[in-house]
Design a protein around this ligand. Sequence first.
Ligand code: MN
Length: 191
Amino acid sequence: MAKDDTLKTYRAKRDLPRSREPKGGHRRSRKRPIFVIQKHAASSLHYDLRLEAGGVLRSWAVPKGPSTDPGEKRLAMPVEDHPLDYAGFEGVIPEGQYGAGTVIVWDTGSYWTLGDEPIERALERGHAAVWLEGRKLHGGYALTRIGKGKRERWLLVKMDDEGADRRGNPVSSQPESALSGRTIEELTEQA
Ligand code: MN
């Protein structure tokens, strides 16, 4: 498979540049790999978790968003790879476009893989543990694939470490963008 092929679906689904989202391409971060969690008020509100891997952002839609409670399993639906440039994207995807609605960068930072395998390999195997160093989230998260093919789903679970917080709920206590400080509602109004 040609290197750029993993972004084919991303481009095919969108009416670029009309959707106002970045076209992007394969590239790598110069320092540590990055992660981003975008809050996306589309037809249904969800959080898009994206991990840099293989020159793109591997992506999952997490309906309830990440939890800091190791006892909480959060469903994560795999979605198409996104270009690395998407990590800084905040804005309003116009009506009629794929994923129409407002996007903010809810959290972002760098991550590293826990264990010996590179992230690509771990994801291929269906189990990856990553340490997130975000502005809001810190610590280990496990991503585990359940089901295959059309039934592919993943579970996102906080690991039990210093970043765990069984009472906290950052999704509701810190709704604003980690980049601009704006909420989904503020950004939607300003657009
Ligand atoms: Mn989304």
